[in-house]
Design a protein around this ligand. Structure first.
Ligand code: F3S
Length: 641
């Protein structure tokens, strides 16, 4: 039997295990990326490993999340990351060079290689035929130190695209359709592999839009083959030497299959407050909008913004709409500036922001109270925009641009009669905002601002856990709930003691106080606990507050691994009705914990209710060892002894 594209890359990078679904495999990682929000912690952890130079082929540190410098904190973090990068052999992408995923696709992505990034949208580079996976900062630090990255061998979903998109329908609608079918939990432990004649009309940046937002499925990653379109893109970036052809074998086996007929696809939109809350644009046409935001790592490519400019050309945005546009990279902005299209955007009344994440991570441009914001981004969780009462919709650049003109959600097909913009034969390449690492130089001084505090470390498991329930939360709690990341808090990403005071406060403002009062405890969660970003802070802040275990109905992949990496037990209710039985401040006991974690089932006694529950510890042997030792760093130190 033949292999899929993902299987071919996995086979070439397999260090531990076999290509058997559901089994743990260890992969060699060729490239890593970090961004500033997760990067400081990842590099502090990397430094703690005592490794001089990264062992990867290429590692890149980006500054894109928080570039506001209202105080010294961000500038201090940027300087710390820049120095660490220079010293340890890492490329540094300066603020203003663009969003990590957009720039990585343009300048670093290589078909057939593996990429591990401390950002959940790392799968963007699946658009260029990489096996690109989002992970916590500690996993990325381990990969930089030459360690394997362990995952459960995913099931592979064949997504066959047929036909061609109609004018006004775009790559964003393809991924919204997949989200409509699978939902935000439907991709857990799966790789979505795209194929079919429909992919021929999709450029690499369009493919990147699809693989980027595949993260919202909870998938391990998404990937496209590497073929002539990949070659064209690499050649236009002056990197044709990086091309290899990588296509699935004719007799490749897929675990699941879906077919999407692009000819029949309509413009889609994700309604508040979940990316899978997808409906046809026509069904909510006429809804007034206050803000339109175009950009993010999902839709900020040159072609995206060229389409927007074409729609806005010679027109003025609606009186009640604020339109903000963030180009994805300096390359994109530079090209728009040089071909004069930037002038069209500005003339329409658009506000041009820096090349960075900006409003996507709540860094400015928070909508008005109860406002309606239409965005080309990938997430619309409640409060992520910076305005808790805002309603955020997610759609394509075409829907966003046309709606900015009409002032209400509008089907773009009435206004767009051309197929998508052609990719240029050549992109403007100017990498002067990418700082190359130094040759080995032990004199490079690492500068740590006062805001950079040590990260919390866990201790090996004791004999038993006896703790209070400190909070009980609903289904689909995101890492944005667990560790909010907004304009006020983002400057403190390297200061866990400070951040911990905001941990889970969108769910319960008293939680941090309670955790400190009881000196730690247990979190009770619903389904898909920890969905969303790769943010390791969502495990580090609970660790700092003394959380020993999270008992939930189910977990999101990256967050579960982050909990394990920090020595926090992720336990799953075998009988979901037990969730209803547990109340705040119930006292829970796990006896003989060291023996119990050797098995798949853990007995948790509820002393308050005089009952007990069975919880699954669905982890691999290596993860049991990590939990026993109190975290991945302790395991690494243990192995190095
Ligand atoms: Fe940045 Fe938003 Fe993407 S925060 S990395 S643009 S999901």
């Amino acid at each position: 039997m033949g292999f899929t594209v993902a299987e071919k890359i996995i086979r070439n990078h397999l260090k531990t295990g076999q290509l058997e679904r559901g089994r743990e495999i260890g992969l060699k990682i060729d490239q890593t990326l970090t961004q500033d929000s997760t990067g400081t912690m990842a590099y502090l952890q990397f430094e703690a490993m005592g490794v001089d130079r990264v062992k990867t082929k290429k590692s890149v540190a980006y500054i894109d999340h928080n570039m506001l410098q209202a105080g010294p904190e961000n500038a201090d973090d940027h300087l710390y990351i820049q120095r660490v990068a220079k010293k340890h052999g890492i490329y540094f992408s300066k603020p203003g060079n663009g969003i990590c995923h957009q720039v990585h696709l343009e300048r670093f992505g290589v078909p057939g290689e593996t990429l591990l990034g401390s950002d959940s949208h790392t799968p963007t580079c699946g658009g260029i035929g990489m096996l690109a996976i989002g992970a916590g900062g500690l996993d990325v630090a381990v990969a930089m130190a030459g360690g394997e990255y362990f995952i459960t061998m995913p099931r592979i979903v064949k997504v066959e695209l047929k036909g061609r998109l109609n004018p006004g329908v775009s790559a964003k609608d393809i991924i919204l359709e997949v989200l409509r079918i699978y939902g935000v939990k439907g991709g857990i432990n799966k790789i979505f592999e795209y194929c079919g004649d429909g992919i021929k009309s999709l450029t690499v940046p369009e493919r990147g839009t699809i693989t980027n937002m595949g993260a919202e499925l909870g998938a391990t990653t998404s990937i496209f083959p590497s073929e002539e379109n990949t070659y064209r893109f690499l050649k236009a970036q002056g990197r044709e030497k990086d091309f290899i052809e990588l296509i699935p074998d004719k007799d490749a086996y897929y675990d699941e299959e879906i077919i999407i007929d692009l000819n029949k696809l309509e413009p889609l939109i994700a309604c508040p407050h979940s990316p899978d809350n997808v409906v046809n644009v026509t069904s909510i046409e006429g809804t007034k909008v206050n803000q339109v935001a175009i950009g993010s790592c999902t839709n900020s490519s040159y072609m995206d913004l060229m389409k927007v400019a074409e729609i806005l050309d010679g027109k003025t945005i609606a009186e009640d709409v604020s339109l903000v546009i963030s180009p994805g990279s300096k390359q994109v902005l530079n090209m728009l500036a040089q071909n004069g299209v930037l002038g069209k955007l500005i003339s329409s009344g658009a506000r041009i922001l820096e090349c960075g994440c900006g409003p996507c991570i709540g860094m400015g441009q928070a909508p008005n109270t109860n406002g309606i914001s239409l965005r080309t981004f990938n997430r619309n969780f409640k409060g992520r925009s910076g305005t808790v009462s805002a309603n955020v919709y997610l759609a394509s650049p075409e829907v966003a641009a046309v709606s900015a003109l009409t002032g209400c959600i509008t089907d773009p097909r009435k206004y767009v009669n051309k197929l998508s913009i052609d990719m240029p034969e050549i992109f403007i390449v100017n990498d002067n905002l990418i700082v190359e690492p130094a040759e080995v130089d032990n004199n490079i001084e690492i500068i740590r601002g006062p805001n950079i505090r040590p990260f919390p470390k866990n201790k090996p498991l004791g004999r038993r856990i006896r703790e209070k329930v400190l909070i009980k939360v609903e289904d689909n709690i995101t890492t944005d709930h667990i560790m909010p990341s907004n304009a006020k808090l983002l400057p403190y990403r390297s200061n866990i003691p400070y951040l911990a005071d905001y941990c889970l406060t969108p769910c319960d403002s008293e939680f941090p106080k309670r955790a400190k009062e009881y000196n730690g405890g247990i979190i009770i969660g619903g389904h898909n606990y920890g969905q969303g970003s790769s943010r390791e802070h969502a495990a580090l802040a609970p660790l700092y507050l003394g959380i020993k275990a999270v008992m939930a109905k189910s977990f999101a992949r990256i967050h579960k691994q982050n909990l394990i990496n920090n020595g926090i037990l992720p336990l799953v209710f075998q009988d979901e009705s037990n969730y209803d039985d547990i109340d705040l401040l119930d006292e829970l006991i796990i006896e003989d914990i060291l023996n119990q974690i050797k098995k798949d089932m853990v007995i948790v006694k509820n002393k308050t209710k005089a009952t007990e529950y069975k919880l699954l510890l669905d982890v691999k042997d290596r993860q049991r060892k990590i939990l026993e030792l109190g975290g991945l760093l302790n395991l690494m130190n243990f192995q190095n002894k």
